[in-house]
Design a protein around this ligand. Structure first.
Ligand code: PCA
Length: 129
C-alpha cells in the first residue's frame, strides 16, 4: 500500500494531457485534479521548450493540476533537470471551481524564446509532438 501523501503539481507545458511528456503522469498513480491557472501573473516563453518565469507579471499561466507521489515527483525533477535547468517552486493556483491550492511548478527565470501573451502552451508549440 502506498502511504506517502499526494503532492499537488501544476503543469503548463509538455506534461499536460496530450503533450509529449504526459506519460510521466499517466503511467503512474497520479490523479488529475483539474484545469487551473496561477493566482499570480507570470510570463510564459516558448523556445526549445516552454518556460515560465516568475520575474515578469504578464498574465496567469494556464495548466493542469495533478496529485503525484514522491517517486513520480522525483522522476519529473530528473526530466526537468531540477534544480540545474528548471527550478521547482511553489505557487498558488486556482482550480476551475474557484478553489485555491498551493502546488509545485517548474520555473525558469532566465527563459528563452518568444513571449506567449495568453499564458497558454498549445499543441503546435510542443517540440516533442
Ligand atoms: N514541463 C513542465 C515544465 C515545462 C515543461 O515542458 C510542465 O509541463 O509544467
Amino acid at each position: 500500500m502506498k502511504t506517502d501523501k499526494p503532492i499537488p503539481l501544476f503543469v503548463y507545458g509538455t506534461l499536460k494531457r496530450g503533450f509529449s511528456n504526459h506519460d510521466f503522469l499517466s503511467g503512474t498513480d497520479s490523479k488529475f485534479l483539474g484545469k487551473a491557472q496561477t493566482a499570480e501573473p507570470f510570463a510564459l516563453y516558448v523556445g526549445n521548450f516552454p518556460y515560465v518565469t516568475s520575474r515578469e507579471p504578464v498574465c496567469p499561466i494556464k495548466g493542469e493540476v495533478y496529485m503525484v507521489d514522491a517517486e513520480t515527483l522525483s522522476k519529473i525533477d530528473e526530466l526537468e533537470e531540477h534544480p540545474d535547468w528548471y527550478k521547482r517552486g511553489i505557487t498558488e493556483v486556482i482550480l476551475e471551481n474557484g478553489t485555491a491550492i498551493e502546488a509545485y511548478i517548474y520555473f525558469k527565470d532566465d527563459p528563452e524564446g518568444i513571449l506567449i501573451e495568453s499564458g497558454f502552451f498549445s499543441k503546435r508549440q510542443d517540440p516533442g509532438l
